[in-house]
Design a binder for this molecule. Structure first.
Ligand code: HEC
Length: 285
């Protein structure tokens, strides 16, 4: 583990100087290699199913749930919202184009004009406000439904986040990476402590998932969230909702939903799954 840490540090040092697209590719390759060694016999592509890919009996439970996916009705609500005209008569298609299967895989991306990372959830709400509607609130409910519908239409497509060779894009990627490897909270743990170095280990009753494959299935349907929502039993939530939960686990304060920190994190984090399939929404504990 020590050895890997120094490899990572060395990689990030050379990153600053060299071409960044290569740096992004190198980071993905390094992590995949690390997990291949850590989990011999587990195919990297199968990590799209998170911790379930690491344990056969958990995987069977997961497959059972996915046979009648609990998220389906909520993605269907998202489809209705997607096609329902705004007050001005337009629909989401006026922002996203006619082919709904072509949306999910475009995000997150670096917008060279706005000089910022743009997320799917951010653009769903931008489409609403551009058309005179109020944005959807929070990290669940209608926002997660529409995002879930869009994700469901892109299953099987390949994740490919590009970091363009522009100083600000590189800086955003580096900020996301730094966030991921930085220790924080009262427990003084980084994302990487749990999801790289301790991946495959148990924390209480939970098997820690590896970073590669982490984002493929968002918005995620969590049983925990389903049970917490006594009114609608709606378990769908966005990636930033999950980020907030994982920040709280180490007793750190969560950052702002769709704020710059989480958007940069999403940019780095999603690109670590480059080459894997989009397969959202999906069930998790
Ligand atoms: C104390 C350990 C710990 C730390 C630190 C931690 N997490 Fe987690 N995380 C968990 C546990 C436990 C789960 C649920 C089991 C699993 O899927 O790994 C989880 C789940 C996740 C998931 C969902 C995986 C899936 O398959 O749905 C994501 C994404 C995630 N964490 C991201 C992060 C990020 C980003 C950070 C840093 C901000 C972070 N985590 C920090 C413990 C941690």
């Amino acid at each position: 583990m020590r050895k890997y840490l120094s490899v990572l540090l060395a990689a990030s040092v050379s990153l600053g100087a060299g071409s960044v697209t290569a740096g992004n590719a190198q980071d993905v390759a390094d992590l995949k290699e690390y997990f291949m060694k850590k989990f011999p016999g587990v195919e990297i592509a199968s990590l799209k199913d998170g911790a379930y890919a690491l344990d056969e009996s958990l995987y069977m439970q997961f497959e059972n749930v996915e046979e009648f996916p609990p998220w389906e009705d909520f993605a269907a609500k998202g489809e209705e919202l997607y096609n329902k005209p705004f007050a001005n008569g337009k629909t989401f298609a006026s922002c996203f184009g006619d082919d709904v299967t072509k949306i999910r895989a475009k995000y997150p991306y670096w917008n060279s004009e706005l000089k910022t990372v743009v997320t799917l959830e951010g653009d769903i709400n931008k489409c609403r406000t551009d058309n005179g509607e109020k944005p959807f609130k929070g990290k669940r409910g209608s926002l997660a439904h529409v995002s879930g519908y869009i994700a469901s239409q892109a299953r099987g497509q390949i994740i490919n986040v590009v970091v363009p060779d522009e100083p600000e894009a590189i800086a955003a990627y580096e900020a996301g990476k730094k966030f991921f490897y930085a220790k924080r909270g009262q427990l003084n743990l980084s994302c990487a402590d749990c999801h790289v170095y301790q991946a495959g280990m148990n924390v209480r009753s939970e098997l820690l998932s590896p970073t590669v494959g982490h984002v493929s299935h968002f918005p995620v349907w969590r049983r925990k969230w389903e049970l917490a929502d006594k009114k609608n039993n709606d378990g769908l939530g966005t990636l930033h909702r999950r980020y907030g939960g994982c920040n709280k686990q180490v007793r750190a304060r969560p950052f702002k939903n769709q704020g710059e920190e989480y958007r940069n994190l999403e940019f780095f984090h999603t690109s670590m799954s480059n080459g894997l399939e989009w397969n959202g929404p999906a069930y998790r504990k």
